[in-house]
Write a protein that binds this ligand. Structure first.
Ligand code: SF4
Length: 340
């Protein structure tokens, strides 16, 4: 199977069982603390998330795969260091990965079926699936203190996907954790969202605030967001295991529309039509134009108050969206305070 997976562009594949009962107390505590914020679907699926055989009856094994995405050309640190530039999480610079991964997983599952007929279902970043838990039990890596999967030979810059199957495949051995005494990700998180090792309060996480949150971004967190307009990679950028990160090989994941180097002012000038046309086929499209402008307004409030930044904000002071107007007003007030 590993050879077939490699031919389909996957960097690795491993098999786990379906008994995740030991993960249930941690999941329950995380939900009880409200750490999932507005992501109601996390609570809605309840403990079914930890029970693959309830989600897909008959499932005996989960085949987890990973696919590298780190773009060769885009320099993350230089984008983060320039407050006039936009920072987009590296996984979202190119085309949305979901469709590509799902198609490849489907092909892999069909190829397995040609040799050994089986009932299967494929998942990519699907809410009811505890993908990091499954992948760590399969030995694809271990859960880092930032809660993402880490692999000794590839760091963490990869997507995960799963095939639920009723084949009794031989199990792979889990990987022991290798974070040791390191706590670089906890210290580096701009908003302190990693409240303890292996515990992320999504309500403070910049990925949640810029992607999942629909309404206003809490004011106390806005200055901490810096120029991150869609997601955040800081906990991964500081992780020592990402010295071993591997570049993505898929052309689809290469940066589009200069998202790896473009300025905040340039993006803020996009019309809704331009946003829709340019972000079609990107994960960013899903947040919609209003949240896009909200995020950019926050980043422009954190940028250096150059004439073009102030002019861009003033041009949207009367935006039809109340959400955007409020964030623009906040950004202008912040520049006013700095100048005053
Ligand atoms: S930064 Fe350190 S603690 Fe955090 S995931 Fe990486 S190795 Fe683990």
């Amino acid at each position: 199977m590993k050879v077939w997976a490699g031919e389909l562009g996957f960097a690795d594949l491993a098999v786990s069982g379906v008994d995740l009962s030991s993960a249930e107390p941690g999941l329950e505590a995380w939900l009880a603390d409200g750490f999932h914020g507005e992501m109601d679907y996390m609570a809605r699926h309840g403990m079914m998330r930890a029970r693959p055989a309830e989600l897909v009856p008959g499932t005996l094994r989960v085949v987890s795969v990973r696919m590298n995405y780190w773009p060769r050309a885009a320099d993350a640190q230089s984008a983060l260091d320039d407050p006039q530039r936009a920072y987009v999480s590296r996984y979202a610079l190119g085309r949305d990965y979901h469709k590509l991964m799902r198609n490849r997983l489907q092909k892999l599952a069909e190829r397995i079926a040609a040799e050994a007929p089986h009932g299967f279902r494929v998942f990519v970043d699907s809410a009811p699936v505890l993908e990091v838990e499954l992948a760590s039990r399969s030995g694809l890596g271990w859960r880092g203190k930032h809660t993402l999967l880490l692999n000794r030979h590839a760091g963490s810059y990869f997507f995960l996907g799963e095939i639920f199957t009723d084949l009794p495949l031989p199990l792979d051995a889990p990987e022991a954790p290798h974070c040791g005494s390191c706590r670089a990700c906890l210290d580096a998180c701009p908003t302190g969202a990693i409240v303890a090792p292996y515990r992320v309060d999504a309500r403070r996480c910049i990925s949640y605030l810029t992607i999942e949150l629909k309404g206003a971004i809490p004011e106390d967190l806005r200055p901490l967001i810096g120029n991150r307009i869609y997601g955040c990679d800081d906990c991964q950028l500081v992780c020592p295991w990402n010295r071993f990160a591997q570049f993505g090989a898929e052309a689809d994941f290469a940066p589009r529309h200069r998202l790896d180097e473009v300025s905040l002012v340039e993006l803020f000038a996009w019309s809704e039509g331009e946003f829709r046309e340019r972000m079609a086929g990107s994960a960013i499209h899903r947040i919609g134009y209003e949240r896009w402008l909200r995020n950019l307004a926050v980043a422009l409030g954190n940028a250096t108050g150059s004439p073009d930044v102030l002019a861009a904000l003033r041009a949207r002071a009367d935006d039809p969206s109340g959400l955007v107007r409020e964030h623009v007003a906040w950004a202008l007030a912040r520049h006013g305070q700095r100048q005053g």
